[in-house]
Design a protein around this ligand. Structure first.
Ligand code: NAD
Length: 483
């Protein structure tokens, strides 16, 4: 897809075919760099979700439900091949919709996704789904891990491809089928991934896509044909989904918001810190759930580090997300920029502005905001407690390491975080004390082979790593009577 052209789609990928939507309603796709319409796609309705769930159920009850792990592994590898060919198309679609710098989308929404699928392909091919276990009671039991069934997957707009693959990968390994509901904010990429699935020969109905608004997502969550919900999005929506799933006793994983801390220890070196913060704190223009946006600085080095972080923020290249040199692109939508700007206005009343705070000049009509840094922030302030989801950092002074850990843990959230020090072992000790689902030492990058997820209001359950399979498989014991 050339991003200079309008991208118009007229169908949904359901049951292995491009099918006509149930209604004539459509979404306009607005480019984050320009604020102009760059495409349009049909808007999914309840009837479209119903049709997709029927297709996913038929696939699960049919041949797909009887495939071996090795067969599924081979198909996942073909899917990786088909996505690999499309990386430039995928990254351009993502960056033009949500403002992610293309240098990042070509990696995290491209190469990373391909590596992740190959990782899952290998897991499917090698994993034992059944074990014959001798019992001390004198007989054997077949301990099986069986696919839960049809998965309802709901994803946000900030990393739409990788967050979808985080659900597709373990579902395919396990033998589940899926109905995915992309966010209205990023829909074009889901069409490219569906084309790749079709080219890879993923059997009809195994993955179905219906982009829609939240009511359509709510219908999917509560649908009687769904066996498990995999949700990534805001904590507010996650709470509602958890309530519904609780009532239905439906397994659910929730990957939610964050307000993570960067703990800068007294011996931290400035140059690697500033370089690492480019992704760890400002990655995807701050539209990253696990971003370290509370910067905890020792009193002994406070002025030096405040100056350095402010200078770094001012030096970041803000511009069109499709320019490979761009470090900070626009916010994903006008509505989202309004939210970020409201937080900046609140911050001006709560703390000392040391960088940014306005709209950058000469970058066009997109939804840009300047990389912004506040110093002298109280950890109780709104800008330190609430997720802003933009390029806005809060610098908080701490007295000693115990104080730093206390401040880091004084948050409703617990998703990511970082510790910065010349002494990696010492930083690891501090990392162990932070209540969070993941934390990086002198940098932050999700390891495909390690579980990722949140504690507290950041969610429940884990994606990535072998642990991600736990929520797509159920144990079954088949007792084999002696003799
Ligand atoms: P959002 O919660 O508004 O929407 C996310 C998705 O859920 C969208 O597809 C939306 O249509 C759908 N949705 C919303 N309410 C729903 C409901 N009641 N029932 C069913 N579906 C519903 O979030 P967003 O603004 O699109 O994304 C940003 C949020 O996602 C941030 O809070 C961010 O931290 C979080 N996030 C978390 C992770 C993680 O792994 N923990 C990763 C990325 C983003």
């Amino acid at each position: 897809m050339a991003v200079t052209e309008q991208s118009t789609r007229d169908a949904f990928f359901i049951g292995g075919e491009w099918v006509k939507p149930a209604t004539d309603k459509r979404f306009k796709v607005i480019g984050a760099n320009t604020g102009e319409v760059i495409g349009s796609v049909p808007e999914g309705s309840i009837a479209d979700i119903d049709r997709a769930v029927v297709a996913a159920r038929a696939a699960f009850n049919g041949a797909w439900g009887r495939t071996s792990g090795a067969e599924r592994g081979a198909i996942i590898n073909k899917f990786a091949d088909a996505i690999e060919k499309r990386i430039p198309e995928i990254s351009a679609a993502v960056s033009s919709q949500n403002g992610m710098p293309i240098s990042l989308s070509s990696q995290l929404e491209g190469a990373y996704v391909v590596g992740l699928l190959r990782y899952y392909a290998n897991m499917a091919s090698t994993m034992q789904f059944e074990e014959r276990r001798p019992s001390p009671m004198g007989f054997d039991t077949l301990v099986r891990r069986e696919a839960l069934g049809v998965v309802g997957g709901i994803v946000p707009w900030n990393y739409p491809v990788v967050l979808s693959i985080l659900k597709i990968g373990p579902a395919l390994v396990s033998g589940c089928t899926l109905v995915l509901k992309p966010s209205p904010g990023t829909v074009l990429d889901s069409y490219i991934i569906a084309e790749a699935a079709q080219e890879a020969g993923i059997p009809a109905g195994v993955i179905n896509w219906v982009p829609g608004e939240r009511e359509v997502g709510a219908h999917l969550v509560a649908h009687p044909g769904i066996n498990k919900v995999a949700f990534t999005g805001s904590t507010a929506a996650g709470r509602k989904i958890a309530e519904v799933c609780g009532r239905l006793l439906r397994p659910v994983t929730l990957e939610l918001g964050g307000k993570s801390a960067a703990i800068i220890l007294e011996d931290a070196e400035i140059a690697p810190l500033l370089e690492g913060m480019g992704f760890a704190s400002f990655g995807n223009n701050g539209q990253t759930c696990a971003a370290s946006t509370r910067i905890l600085v020792p009193a002994s080095r406070y002025d030096e580090i405040v100056d350095a972080v402010a200078s770094m923020a001012k030096s970041l290249k803000v511009g069109n997300s499709l320019d490979p040199e761009t470090q900070i692109g626009p916010m994903a939508s006008e509505a989202h920029r309004n939210v970020v700007e409201r937080y900046i206005a609140t911050g001006k009343g709560e703390a000392r502005l040391v960088a940014g705070g306005g709209r950058p000049k000469n970058v066009g009509n997109g939804w840009f905001v300047e990389p912004t840094v506040f110093a002298d922030v109280d950890n109780k302030a709104t800008i330190a407690q609430e997720e802003i989801f933009g390029p806005v950092l809060s610098i908080i002074k701490y007295k000693d390491e115990d104080d730093a850990v206390r401040i880091a843990n004084d948050s409703d959230f617990g998703l990511g975080g970082t510790v910065w020090s010349k002494d990696s072992l010492h930083a690891q000790d501090v990392a162990r004390r932070v209540q969070t689902g993941s934390i990086g030492v002198n940098g932050y990058m999700l390891d495909i082979n390690a579980p990722f997820g949140g504690v507290k209001a950041s969610g429940m359950g884990r994606e990535l790593g072998p642990e991600s399979l736990n929520s797509y498989l159920a144990y079954k014991s088949v007792y084999l009577p002696a003799g």
